[in-house]
Write a protein that binds this ligand. Structure first.
Ligand code: UT7
Length: 329
């Protein structure tokens, strides 16, 4: 028995932050951002809007699209590194907002690979035979940990995400393989140093801007291309496929140049690679479910298509997942 995706949805906040807006805030240019990253704009939350609000919008759409009652959901997995609070979990807030009275759930922290970790976890619950309807949502509110005086990083990220319902299938379709990795030796290259138990918030830590995400962009770039390409090629080979058998590749959207380099290493032609980074920037755990939901809406996936997902992020974490797409009613 495989787990299959039976509904997808996505949501971004209303407020748009364009490259031209950023030109007024820091020493940057639309030309630099577009040519180095492919990003033209990103969405950011308004006042009093947080990760659970975006997740709730997605959760409601998922229920509506699959015509489920909130009580049908057994597990809620929220993949995020920007929860509303350390406690309670974002999953608890979403459960309450949608009234999923039979569910349990938890937050899962895997940075940009979070949604793949979440799909893998949900799929194993389904395969155990104990669960039949699981909601997996990937959302990040990166603006909440962005230093809008640091041009090295603040131009890259945005807020938003998407989600999916997982259910069992008796067909040979659905999630058929995954390769997931973690290597903490890369931890310092992409890190928010303050706010956790290592460096709790103090006046000094706030003044030192320790509660913002920091990265060594060049190092992350190098590892991202190699990491995503290696696991993508491995998963294709071990399933006795070639690049040509892949109908659609939805990679994590961190930088268009990273996507292009990864696709080139895997031998994917441009028409097979899903790219929406221009509109959203990097939404961390949000990029893959946002891309998947848009791909479904744009009817880019047909029954039986081989879909490949790949991600890379802080940790380092990375992975790939192979899905034989099953069209749902
Ligand atoms: O989800 C995973 C998370 N992150 C990533 O995957 C990010 C991976 N890294 C990257 O995407 C790229 O390394 C960046 C987009 C961050 C940077 O691109 P780059 O081609 O590696 O640029 P660079 O760091 O070599 O910077 C080139 C120049 C520097 O100036 P100098 O030293 O050559 O005078 C930077 O100071 O561009 C400058 N620069 C900027 N200029 C205008 C850096 N950021 C900006 C900016 N606007 N926003």
């Amino acid at each position: 028995m495989n787990a299959t995706i039976t509904a997808t949805a996505h949501y971004v906040p209303e407020k748009v932050l364009t490259n031209h807006d950023l030109e007024k805030m820091i020493d940057t240019s639309d030309e630099w951002i577009q040519s180095r990253t492919g990003i033209a704009q990103r969405y950011i939350v308004g006042e009093n809007e947080a990760t659970s609000d975006l997740c709730t919008q997605i959760a409601k759409q998922l229920l509506e699209k699959r015509e489920l009652s909130p009580d049908d959901i057994q597990v809620i997995i929220i993949c995020t590194c920007t929860p509303d609070y350390f406690a309670p979990s974002t999953a608890a807030l979403v459960q309450n907002n949608i009234g999923a009275s039979n569910a349990w759930g938890f937050d899962l922290s895997g940075a940009c690979t979070g949604f793949l970790y979440g799909l893998e976890t949900g799929a194993k619950f389904i395969e155990s035979g104990q669960y039949e309807r699981i909601m997996v949502i990937g959302v990040d509110t990166m603006s909440s940990i962005m230093d809008y005086t640091d041009r090295d990083i603040c131009v890259l990220f945005g807020d938003g995400g998407g989600g999916a319902i997982l259910e069992p299938t008796v067909s040979e379709k659905g999630i058929i393989d995954s390769i997931l990795r973690i290597d903490g030796s890369g931890g310092d290259y992409l890190i928010m140093p303050g706010g956790g138990s290592r460096q709790p918030a103090t006046v000094e830590s706030v003044k030192a801007r320790q509660h913002f995400l920091k990265q060594d962009g060049k190092t992350v770039y190098k590892f991202a291309v190699k990491g995503m390409a290696d696991v993508s090629k491995d998963i294709i080979t071990r399933n006795n496929l070639t690049g040509e058998d892949i109908s659609l590749f939805i990679p994590h959207q961190a930088n268009k140049r990273i996507i292009d380099a990864t696709a080139a290493r895997c031998g994917f032609t441009e028409d097979k690679v899903f790219i929406n980074i221009g509109r959203y920037g990097n939404t961390t755990a949000g990029t893959i479910p946002l891309g998947l939901s848009e791909a479904v809406d744009e009817r880019l996936l047909n029954d039986g298509d081989m879909l490949l997902l790949a991600a890379f992020g802080a940790g380092f974490t990375w992975g790939s997942m192979l899905i034989k797409w099953e069209t749902y009613p």
